[in-house]
Design a protein around this ligand. Sequence first.
Ligand code: HEC
Ligand code: HEC
Ligand code: HEC
Ligand code: HEC
Ligand code: HEC
Ligand code: HEC
Ligand code: HEC
Ligand code: HEC
Length: 448
Amino acid sequence: MAQRTKMARYAWAVLLVTVLAVAGGYAWVAWSKGGPGEGLYSRLWQPDKVFGYWNPVRFYGYDGPMSGRYEGPQCVECHQALTPGIVADWRASGHAAPKGGKPVYCDSCHGKDHARLHLPDPAVCGGCHAERHAQFQDERRFGFPSHALAIERAVDAKHFVDKPKAEVTACLQCHSVASKCDSCHTRHRFSAAEARRPEACITCHSGPPHPDDETFFASAHGKRYLAEGDQWDWKKPLTKGNYKAPTCAYCHMRNGKHQVADKTIWKFGLQEVNPRTSGNEVRRKQWVDVCSDCHDAAWSRQQLEAMDAERKRAWTKLYAAEHTLKDLRGDKLLQPTAGERPPYPLDKPGALFARERIGYFDGQSSAFYNVSPIERDYFEMWYFDNLGAYKGAAHGAPDAVAHGHRKMETALENIKQKAQTLRQQGKPPAAGPWWVEGEYTGHNKEHN
Ligand code: HEC
Ligand code: HEC
Ligand code: HEC
Ligand code: HEC
Ligand code: HEC
Ligand code: HEC
Ligand code: HEC
Ligand code: HEC
């Protein structure tokens, strides 16, 4: 009996501690988000003025000299002289002369009161385009990476605050795809035809970590687009029979559905996945359906399975490199050690329980910098060579696949050789004060 009471008391204590810990966790997150910036590290950075255009709801406030309330035609009249390009684009858009409706004037998106102008976020567009807006927001349920979650993903990334501001300001320019609707159909034309073309995507989807631009234009599809695209009728929606070769939006926004994350299996390409889980089989079927608009279904499935095979080969190489690094770590041959590396901002628990960060720990931020040269070699292999090969396989650019694998082989060879040298030396070269004290981090505390 006494035993039981003791147990009950013990259970209560555990419950109480758990509740307090959870409440404390929530309070900590809420406090972290209460700063001048945005997201988990909002207390550690200040938004520049231009951030108001990338995430208007969070950061925009009109502070120009104009005031007064105006009706739509008055906005157009004054801005005709002031910003003729904007007015010309607006006049040429579906908003100036909707079929059978009244014009959607400037004030529908910006408000009538000039002293309190606002810039439209997706919800403002959603007031008239409810279905597209709902699709866009619903994408959140697929998790990262996705357009709807892109701002959170960027500002909550540890390296966003850990690197100097000059290096990270542009993050939000691309990641603003979440916070405004003029990424693919640019203002003030707001043209669906423009959004259907690949150029609408490659402002953001290009460069070494995500070479969608480069691999698409090197594919049979991209070639066909370059050869004939100018003669196609881009007013037609992206449905079966309307286009001879597919563009980015044709494949990733099937039938114009405003979501890009619903079919993704390999995602960004940073982790190995099992393409054969039941969920992924469903996604694969959706992909085969896309290809089947133009190709034989069984043939299409084989093309997609060839990508899985390419991924398997890539991960064999990547794991071999990770294995070499983990062995070096185990033998204390890497400097700085995890404990010596400056912790990420606000990452106090991370500093207490310093973890080895080889491979996918905190997403790609684990391996960016403040690491030893051999670890940086692995980062480049994983983040650039690997991702180049992946996008080559996904988009049908065989040369990019061959190039990526050649580079991964060279990197692996190089890592193995450097590991051997470190072992021969028996002791790692001392990490300079730059690594250990983290001047990079110290500098940022002052300047972010
Ligand atoms: C009498 C002239 C005039 C009228 C009428 C007028 N504007 Fe402006 N507007 C300006 C001037 C001048 C600027 C640029 C100066 C500034 O604010 O920085 C401007 C700037 C803007 C900007 C840019 C703000 C920014 O921070 O980048 C927007 C958006 C805008 N106007 C929308 C409107 C809308 C909507 C209306 C109608 C409700 C309107 N304007 C009516 C003169 C006018
Ligand atoms: C369908 C909605 C919509 C309408 C209608 C509209 N705008 Fe805009 N406007 C936008 C969006 C979206 C932005 C970009 C906001 C951002 O950067 O976050 C913008 C930005 C602006 C800017 C500042 C950035 C720049 O490119 O200079 C000005 C000035 C402006 N609009 C003026 C006008 C005027 C004048 C009209 C009417 C002729 C008008 N807008 C009609 C949606 C609209
Ligand atoms: C006040 C209502 C209203 C608001 C707000 C509004 N739109 Fe529209 N939009 C319309 C109407 C009406 C049309 C024309 C439909 C037609 O002609 O069939 C249209 C057409 C469009 C088109 C199709 C153009 C084409 O090439 O076929 C796009 C894209 C578009 N809007 C995007 C946006 C975006 C993005 C926003 C927010 C920045 C926005 N709209 C805000 C009413 C609105
Ligand atoms: C303004 C920049 C921008 C434009 C324009 C843009 N995207 Fe994106 N896109 C992003 C960002 C940023 C992410 C990653 C978001 C995240 O980190 O969660 C992304 C994510 C994606 C993903 C999901 C990636 C995954 O791994 O699941 C796909 C697919 C995609 N975009 C396709 C497109 C297509 C197709 C277009 C053109 C029709 C396009 N995007 C236009 C910025 C953009
Ligand atoms: C040129 C446009 C561009 C810039 C600049 C950019 N990103 Fe991205 N980012 C993307 C695109 C596109 C994707 C999605 C790629 C894919 O899925 O293939 C992405 C994906 C991501 C992801 C998702 C990775 C994951 O595993 O979910 C994170 C995190 C991220 N970016 C953070 C950042 C940070 C932080 C910065 C600034 C240092 C930044 N991005 C700068 C376009 C950009
Ligand atoms: C990733 C690129 C991308 C983004 C971001 C985007 N759109 Fe679109 N939008 C497209 C494409 C592609 C089409 C053409 C669809 C088709 O052919 O069926 C389109 C067409 C439209 C149309 C024309 C009519 C229709 O329904 O097809 C409207 C309205 C529209 N978008 C509204 C929005 C709104 C509102 C947002 C923000 C919530 C938004 N778009 C964000 C790519 C985009
Ligand atoms: C023929 C259809 C097709 C075209 C055209 C196409 N893609 Fe892809 N894309 C794919 C496939 C298939 C994958 C791999 C999907 C998977 O299994 O994860 C992929 C992967 C991606 C990814 C990684 C996220 C994901 O969904 O796995 C991004 C981002 C992306 N493509 C963007 C683009 C952009 C931007 C363009 C145009 C420059 C483009 N794609 C053109 C079919 C296409
Ligand atoms: C809108 C039509 C269309 C869609 C959708 C489409 N393709 Fe294609 N594809 C073509 C055309 C046209 C060619 C060039 C002529 C040919 O080889 O048939 C081509 C060529 C190819 C090639 C090169 C063939 C070779 O022998 O070199 C591959 C691989 C390919 N497509 C894969 C895919 C995959 C995988 C998908 C789906 C993710 C897909 N395609 C979706 C139209 C399409």
